[in-house]
Design a protein around this ligand. Sequence first.
Ligand code: SAM
Ligand code: SF4
Length: 420
Amino acid sequence: MPHYHIWTIGCQMNKADSESIAAFLEQCGYSSTSKIDNADIVVLNSCVVRQSAESKVANKIDALRRLDADKVLAVTGCIVDAKVDGLQNRFPRVDVFFGPQDVGALSAYLQGRGLVESSAATQNLISKPKVSSLVNIMHGCNNFCSYCIVPYRRGREVSRPLADIVSEVQSLAEVGTKEVVLLGQNVDSYGRGLAGSPMLADLLEELNCIDGLARIRFLTSHPKDMSEQLIAAMARLDKVCEHLSLPFQAGDDGILEAMRRGYTNEQYRHLVQRIRRSVPDVALSTDVIVGFPGESEEQYKKTCEMIEDMRFDTVHIACYSPRAGTIASRELKDDVPANEKIRRRKELEALQERIAGEINSELKGRMVEVLVEGRKKGKWWGRTRTDKLVFFTDNVDRLGKLIDVRIESASAWSLQGEIA
Ligand code: SAM
Ligand code: SF4
């Protein structure tokens, strides 16, 4: 049997895309291998959101320069832009570059080499069932935040028809999926451009009725687009988890404007208040960029205050990285020195570690419901509805089960518990 190997970095969306590529190759008769040397087809799924990710991708492609000539090396993800010729010159060993989600282009190339049949489906591919499955509900982004390369690489926002998503989730639930994570760059604008303009709240309502499905999550939300209907749906629908990913990016209004985020510090704070009023136990995660062009110490302190005041459960902190072609890289000077960006990032990481440790400690002695996703180093692991990672010991097979666990100890990153 021929084999494929997929290497993925980047966001959840890239992971979901890799799962679709795997589903396509499996239906073509290929099986997965963890060893590149055993693979007939190697796919690298790239991220270029920051220079550090792009460098990792370039190093990975370089390391595969001497891959046997009869093996296919394919590259996808956000490194692939419209100028494929430039990429081909930069990385001559790569056989095919194909855009994010464009499994059709991979299929066409493999057909040309006689490696797959022309009848293989390339749309609505159902990946291997997992306890928690990623489901893309939309592609692309229309926001053009000034620092971000995603809209240039993933194109304009397109929502998948609601019925297609419901049918995919039904199929996943029938084969054992207990949780779905609905993915989009800006899920709150789901439905724009679709017949009848359904909203994310409508989709949640339909998914909430699917038998066998226990939990629904969605990410990423955009503060400027979060609707009252969505907040109400979160509060009302029992399967929708109390967990939101709501990036604020910066605490200072001037920086937010330069980022083209479309909200102010005060509007973000009010939004969080409204969400917490409706969904009291909601866990919030957020993304932050430090060292955006022109960010002074005073402006950076507003980001610190936001983190201190909001008490997020998780914060992803990135140093600003200019991306060629974006508005910020064209119009603004990357003038915060690298060591200063790193200092700010480390300071915020330490602040958040303290806050997350405090929040998690409050769970000690409490019972939480854990959806068990796997086993690691002799322990079962899973997540709470609020997306907290929990480990516990048990000899019985608990995979895919909802288990009540009493929390015994907590750190900023995970919880240790005992089965109740
Ligand atoms: N769509 C989501 C949103 O609006 O927040 C996230 C998309 S982006 C792939 C994930 C995170 O990467 C962003 O939230 C931002 O914090 C970070 N990011 C994007 N571009 C960046 C850049 N040029 N430099 C540093 N961080 C960046
Ligand atoms: Fe990038 Fe902004 Fe779109 Fe998120 S919302 S993908 S940060 S442009």
